[in-house]
Design a binder for this molecule. Structure first.
Ligand SMILES: [Ca+2]
Ligand SMILES: [Ca+2]
Ligand SMILES: [Ca+2]
Ligand SMILES: [Ca+2]
Length: 462
């Protein structure tokens, strides 16, 4: 049997994703993804109250269950004593504690006492950066009243940096600080003012010379509201929202987008090429594509995996305003929409007119009616789910159902490669991340009482 056929059989038997259901208390639980057993793969920890439960794939029960001390504030995971077993390091009141992660009931070890900015904290424990490595020695980075202190696990002061009101701009112990995507909910009706704000804060922190080097990211695009997209059509290209098409230098390629004035329901795209170090750049001609742009706040699709981000649009037949049309809409609870992808053709410096893939689905009619600002889909996933380096498409097709379509050589499948109906409505996406470094994506969704982990079950190659 050929390896590819074997792979296919595994996929058919096992399904594309495995669904794991984990207890969750909305407002009292928080998630902590880390490598808890130092095998270079991430596990999912859930802190509820003062209990940390750690879950692995294919095990419904937690593989580790650790009680955190009362008033624990920040929690980090690291092999603090370099003995080959990871430790929970946490701040509880004035205590800096370490708990070795073992199957037996682990007893907290008090490393040292120091009054710090977390000392008065009484809320839910939360994940944060507490440890940094300096010259192969793990140190505790502890924010105190006026200084960020670096201390050894015996409590000896190694270094300190002044911090204050604008400390974030002057100092950072390293990633994941300073990187976030912020997208507020959209409020208001279709014709109301749009209160949707999307911002990325990027600045060069004033770091001491011996601090960790931080990569400074370039601006990753400009999300445009429906109103901005409409207004852009009559403005110069500098006003158009855009996203990056490539990540490579020396020429930066941007896709500028706007809502075409006519025909209605079309998107106008211009490709802008900016040579490295040259602010001017060249903007190509306007090309129209049927459909409206569909964007994910933190991910861009490269469906064919060629290194260039592809164009993703949605469209639908409009509800006819005739008596017949309205009557038909009123009796239907769902409405059909299409998702269309166009490949970027680098040799032509434009998106191909012929779609590279198309998905048809029915969504709840109220979602369609409310599709003015951001499109009718409330939650979409643009990640490589199966590890073949091609982006796959997923979305909630109703408040309780997720569906995922793999992108393959010939485009998307006619029906979803994976779909799952949950027993209740989903409230939010908790994270979308590659847990085992194989280029696949685990998706975590939550409801009021459960955390659902959708883990990739198999791995495809091209
Ligand atoms: Ca692990
Ligand atoms: Ca250890
Ligand atoms: Ca591509
Ligand atoms: Ca894929």
């Amino acid at each position: 049997m050929s390896p590819s056929l074997l792979m296919l059989l595994v996929a058919v038997c096992g399904g594309l994703m495995e669904v794991q259901t984990v207890p969750w208390r909305d407002g009292e639980s928080t998630v902590l993804v880390a490598d808890f057993d130092l095998d270079d793969r991430g596990e999912v920890g859930v802190i509820t109250g003062n209990q940390l439960n750690i879950y692995e794939q294919s095990h419904n029960d937690p593989v580790y269950s650790i009680a955190l001390p009362e008033n624990t504030a920040v929690v980090d995971v690291f092999d603090a004593d370099l003995d080959g077993t990871a430790d929970i390091v946490a701040v509880s009141g004035e205590k800096v504690i370490r708990i070795p992660i073992t199957k037996d009931a682990s007893v907290p070890i008090v490393c040292f006492l120091r009054k710090n900015l977390y000392s008065q904290y009484t809320g839910i424990p939360f994940p944060g950066v507490l440890l940094i490595m300096r010259q192969n020695t793990p140190l505790v980075a502890l924010p105190c009243a006026d200084v960020l202190e670096l201390r050894s696990f015996k409590g000896e002061l190694v270094d300190s940096y002044p911090i204050g009101m604008d400390a974030a701009k002057r100092l950072s112990p390293g990633q994941p600080f300073n990187v976030w995507t912020n997208q507020h909910a959209q409020l208001g009706n279709r014709d109301a003012l749009e209160f949707r704000v999307s911002s990325a804060a990027i600045f060069r922190p004033m770091l001491p010379n011996n601090a960790l080097p931080l990569p400074i990211a370039e601006s990753s695009g400009r999300l445009g509201t429906a109103r901005q997209q409409r207004e852009a059509a009559t403005a110069g290209p500098e006003r158009w929202p855009w996203y990056p098409v490539n990540a490579t230098e020396p020429v930066q390629i941007r896709a500028l987008y706007a809502r075409a004035e006519a025909p209605s329901g079309h998107t106008a795209i211009r490709i802008r090429r900016i040579p490295d170090g040259d602010g001017s750049g060249q903007t190509g001609p306007v090309r129209h594509f049927p459909g409206l742009i569909l964007r994910h706040p933190g991910a861009l699709p490269d469906f064919d995996g060629d290194g260039f981000n592809d164009l993703l649009l949605w469209k639908s037949q409009r509800i006819s305003l005739t008596a017949d049309g309205l009557a038909r809409a009123a009796t239907q609870r769902t409405w059909p929409i299409q998702i269309i992808a166009h490949a970027y053709a680098p040799e032509k410096a434009r998106y191909r007119a012929k779609p590279m893939g198309r998905i048809e689905m029915d969504i709840p009619l109220p979602w369609y009616m409310d599709s003015g600002g951001t499109g009718p889909l409330k939650t979409i996933f643009l990640h490589d789910i199966d590890g073949d380096t091609r982006t796959d498409f997923g979305c909630l097709t109703d408040p309780q159902t997720i569906a995922i379509w793999r992108f393959q050589e010939e485009g998307f499948s006619a029906s979803p490669d994976f779909s799952h109906r949950f027993p209740e409505s989903l409230d939010a996406v908790v994270f979308e991340t590659d847990l085992d470094g194989q280029g696949r994506t685990t998706i975590a969704l939550r409801s009021q009482g459960h955390l659902y982990l959708l883990r990739p079950n198999t791995r495809f190659t091209r």
